[in-house]
Design a protein around this ligand. Structure first.
Ligand code: GRF
Length: 199
């Protein structure tokens, strides 16, 4: 069974949705390690409650690659084969990306390439778009940039504010991330340039 390494910094709702999909047998994988770069991340407490192996490696004040080397070392020791970024609020060094080339996934709460970076839902809301959504993509050296695996869209309603929009996107994030993971772990895809196509 494929071993996953999960990296998170906060709430951990995407991680929990993935853990539930695994429990239900929708994803053929096991979680080998959950790493947080923040001691106070609720996601790490939730992982402990599920009895999963966890590790906190504080990143504040550490050089990017130096911290990444410690994370990668822990992931390798745990046998992680694929890396899932689930609200990991730290840019990976090119070195890290190279260690797991083509095997790192991220989810972003907008329809990329629109609104990369922080507060994507607020960016989209303030811009006045009528549709937004979420994107699961491969991770490359650039922020929120790698090839798109799957997107799901939601309408922005006249009654929305940035928070209700974010809530509606989050519901789809939890579905999209598991679907994308199931696809890549099945190996039934090919990458042509920036396009990820089913086999
Ligand atoms: C999500 O909105 C995700 O798209 C973004 O960070 C947030 C993490 O939320 N990358 P959670 O910690 O998974 O609840």
């Amino acid at each position: 069974m494929t071993k996953l390494g999960i990296l998170l910094s906060g709430r951990g709702s995407n991680f929990l949705a993935i853990a539930e999909s695994i429990r239900l047998g929708h994803i053929d994988a096991e979680i080998a390690l959950v790493v947080s770069n923040r001691e106070d991340a609720p996601g790490i407490t939730a992982a402990q409650a599920l009895g999963l192996p966890t590790l906190v490696l504080p990143s504040q004040g550490r050089k990017r690659q130096e911290h990444d080397e410690a994370v990668v070392d822990a992931l390798r020791r745990a046998g992680a084969e694929w890396i899932v970024l689930a609200g990991y609020m730290r840019l990976l060094s090119p070195w890290f990306v190279h260690q797991f080339a083509g095997r790192i996934l991220n989810i972003h709460p907008s329809l990329l390439p629109a609104f990369p970076g922080l507060d994507a839902q607020k960016q989209a809301f303030d811009y006045g778009v009528q549709f937004s959504g979420c994107t699961v993509h491969f991770v490359d050296e650039h922020l929120d940039h790698g090839a798109i695996i799957l997107q799901k869209s939601v309408p922005v309603l006249p009654t929305d504010d940035e928070h209700t929009l974010a809530d509606r996107i989050l519901v789809l994030e939890h579905i999209a991330y598991s679907e994308a993971l199931a696809l890549v772990l099945s190996g039934k895809y090919r990458v042509e340039g920036r396009r990820v196509l089913p086999l």
